[in-house]
Design a protein around this ligand. Structure first.
Ligand SMILES: Cc1ncc(COP(=O)(O)O)c(C=O)c1O
Length: 432
């Protein structure tokens, strides 16, 4: 690195620890290369939803709205906090997904969102920076999106405390998180907890009963605690018992010591990954005044200003036009439903086939939501070895391997496999 002598401590740490070609991206590149050499290759590495013909799944109403914007609507600066009509509509759009009995509380106990440039990633950076310092403890699941390691543990250098998300049978279990919270209450002055449902990479979301159990713990927390909710895949749940909306309304209004930060965005919720628009909403544990809510929102906007400044304008105007027009709103939700039901069909078929087979190498976890299925490796082989073998057999997967965190398995993105290729995918997986 030619600039080595110029670097800050943080710069050095980022240079030494962050690898842009590691993990998902590297496996995605390997899969693309292999696909060029091998007819019928199935690429299940990518965490975006694709149509059966491989094209990106988008929402036609949003595409049309974006293409009709004029120069001013696209190129002028957006308000630092977000385009007002858009953030108002986003809050309503979010609250509409909650059960009726939770809607009023969700409004009362939370701020209006602010926009974050750079998608959900920007939202985590902004909110985490104003609440935690280097060395502060953040509890994060062993199954987690890898970029949270980059943001929280490499860039911001928080102290990592890992909790196990699943039990030995591959079911979600909050017990380990609960005991980690109790330990932290003895050792730390304050903590952060990162939760991500539907989870990347396990494809798991909690049932309503599990949420209730976690609520009881949240009610009793005795040190200032911030829950970061990563709601990238909200709305993609495929079983009746499983929560199909954000945990946000279930965690606010419970305990004055617990603040919940909802980070969401258009990336997956509106199939607009490259639009780079995230949002941050702060939820409180008790009723607060309107002035306090405004203050907290202003703080987040100030943090955004010092970080990446305002978010892209065009996508906010297009989203606002779509959400605020009753006809377009209806249409875009119809299109979202169409896309989600395609993902659900793929999920169901994959679950069915997986349930009918046995493998001496792979053990599926109880995935029930999101874009992914995840398979533990039963024996001594490493997940990356298995992913290499699968690649040679015509299937691209992403290995998740971390001895320290008890991870050794492969992630299969059914979001990017056509239904007709699901059977072949499962055949390849179980031939290993
Ligand atoms: C769990 C999770 N959170 C956040 C993101 C990223 O969101 P964005 O691209 O909007 O930063 C992803 C993307 O893969 C993800 O899997």
């Amino acid at each position: 690195m030619i600039l080595r002598d110029f670097l800050s401590k943080r710069g050095k740490h980022i240079e030494d620890t962050v690898d842009l070609s590691a993990g998902t991206l590297a496996w995605s590149l390997r899969a693309k290369k292999k696909a060029n050499e091998m007819d019928g290759f199935i690429n299940a590495t990518i965490g975006s939803a694709t149509e059966d013909d491989g094209k990106l799944m988008v929402l036609p109403t949003l595409v049309e709205e974006l293409s009709n914007l004029n120069g001013d609507q696209i190129f002028s600066y957006a308000n630092m906090r977000g385009v007002n009509e858009f953030v108002q509509a986003w809050k309503k759009d979010t609250i509409d997904t909650y059960p009726a009995y939770l809607q009023e509380g969700a409004d009362t106990f939370s701020t209006l969102p602010i926009t974050a440039c750079g998608g959900l990633t920007g939202g985590f950076m902004i909110s985490a920076q104003v609440l935690f310092d280097k060395g502060d403890t953040i509890l994060a699941p062993n199954f987690r999106w890898r970029n949270i390691d980059n943001v929280f543990f490499r860039n911001l250098q928080f102290k990592e405390s890992t909790y196990e998300l699943l039990d030995k049978e591959g079911n979600l279990n909050f017990d380990n998180l609960i005991s980690k919270i109790h330990e932290a209450e003895k050792e730390d002055k304050k903590i952060g907890i990162y939760l991500n449902f539907p989870n990347n990479p396990s494809g798991i979301s909690p049932t309503y009963d599990e949420v209730k159990k976690f609520q009881e713990v949240v009610e009793e927390i005795s040190i200032p605690t911030t829950i970061f909710l990563d709601d990238a895949y909200e709305g993609c749940a495929y079983e009746d018992s499983v929560i199909e909306h954000s945990l946000f309304p279930h965690l606010i209004g419970l305990n004055e010591d617990v603040v919940t930060i909802k980070v969401d965005g258009v990336s997956k919720r509106y199939f607009a990954y490259g639009a780079r628009l995230g949002l941050v909403t702060v939820g409180f544990g008790e009723e607060v005044s309107e002035e306090d809510k405004v203050d907290v929102r202003e703080l987040m906007a100030k943090a955004a200003r010092t970080n990446t400044s305002s978010a892209p304008k065009g996508i906010q105007v297009a989203m606002s036009n779509v959400l605020n027009d009753p006809e377009k709103n209806k249409q875009v939700h119809k299109e979202k439903k169409r896309n989600t039901s395609i993902l659900e069909d793929r999920y169901r078929y994959m679950k069915k086939l997986v349930g009918e087979k046995e493998s001496s190498v792979l053990q599926p976890v109880e995935f029930n939501s999101g874009f992914f299925g995840y398979f533990h490796i039963k024996g001594k082989q490493q997940a990356s070895e298995i992913s290499h073998k699968l690649l040679e057999k015509g299937l691209g997967t992403v290995p998740f391997e971390n001895v320290k965190n008890g991870l050794n398995g492969v992630r299969v993105a059914f979001s990017s496999i056509s239904e007709k290729n699901i059977e072949k995918t499962v055949d390849i997986l179980y031939s290993i």
